[in-house]
Design a protein. Sequence first.
Length: 238
Amino acid sequence: MDLVTTTPRTFHAVRGALIAGAIGIAIVSAAVVWAVLSMRGLEGTARTDGTVLFAGRGDGRVVEFVVDGKRYTTTTATESVLHTYSTGARVPVAYDPADPADAQVADLHSTYGGPLFAGGFGVLIIAAAVVGYVYGRRKMKLREWLDRQGREIWVPAEHTRVRVTHHDSDSNRPSVFVLQGCWVDPITRRTFTAESDMLREDPSELVSFRGRVRVLYDPADPTRNRIDFDQKPQVRQF
């Protein structure tokens, strides 16, 4: 029987970075819309100062304010690690002139804290996506260069090992693998290590079946290298 092994599926860094960037942009866009809606929600309101009555634990702090000699109360937004309300603190309050009971605390935290937090999270995702994209493009260019001008060397399976880089969040099973192979440069006699792209499957059986792996490297700088799985799978007769 003929057994043909297949190349492990890889993670595409550039594609993943583009997807992450799109998600980040969507989050930032939603945060901007949220901020605009929050700002419009204050249109037509009157302003006064209120006093935080107590600062016990809970989702909000009671704030008292006075309009035309009558006392009203509203609550602050949920507290965060970045902002707390202290008893007796003075905070701005926006209220409906026709119905002062319809009011809200109008400081920066209560009005724009949510949009700012969401927008900041989106910006972090975009920044990470940019870094991932740059890294992915460099890997692609190196790959293209090595495919054209790299020197080939075959590393025996016993000189390779599989490194697990990520585990599944639910089952804790290994989910991302990197194959490493060590070889001695015939010119400098120095030992170098090459790595594969991030793989979706454990390549151990494939490497054992083939008995060796192909490494492409830059003769002028052997640290510029990669393990190549793109050659046609070998066939073993049984």
